[in-house]
Design a protein around this ligand. Structure first.
Ligand code: UDP
Ligand code: MG
Length: 136
């Protein structure tokens, strides 16, 4: 039975700044993801606050929103079987120190805030986050 899903991936400012976007995109392709949509954008702090509003009570919220709006990012619609879970596996733990060998955050992440990639954490949030960036 096939379970094709779409999820949102973001290549965060630290990775775009180091020009890692093509390398990271190739990692997704190697793992069977299809990049259905893609755009490079620089969002405002207000949009970052909207995107991360689930975290608005966290102590790191303000820095997180400053950071996501600090430079260009690449947002993508990724598609494959079990895309949400498979993307989370490929990304690795939030803190690169805790991420497993071979994961994107282990390979490319600098710190818990500059951890190179975002990925939706559930199918429901994937739909919300894809709409946020790609709904016309
Ligand atoms: N974050 C942070 N400090 C923390 C926890 C999280 O700067 O103590 C940042 C980190 O960049 C993370 C983002 O906030 O990717 C969203 O946090 P979440 O817990 O949703 O982690 P993720 O789903 O990205 O693994
Ligand atoms: Mg999250």
């Amino acid at each position: 039975m096939s379970n094709i899903e779409q999820t949102l991936s973001i290549i965060k400012p630290d990775a775009v700044e180091r020009n890692l976007q093509d390398q990271i995109k190739q990692e997704f392709i190697n793992k069977g993801f299809e990049i259905i949509k893609e755009k490079k954008i620089h969002i405002s702090k207000e949009d970052a606050e909207k995107f991360y509003k689930v975290h608005n009570s966290k102590p790191f919220y303000n820095d997180l929103c400053d950071y996501l709006s600090s430079g260009p990012i690449v947002v993508m619609t990724l598609q494959r079987e079990s895309a949400v879970m498979e993307n989370r596996k490929l990304m690795g733990a939030t803190n690169p120190i805790d991420a497993e060998e071979g994961t994107l955050r282990k390979k490319y992440g600098i710190s818990i805030d500059k951890n190179s990639v975002h990925g939706s954490d559930s199918l429901e949030n994937a739909r919300i986050e894809l709409d946020f960036f790609f709904k016309n």
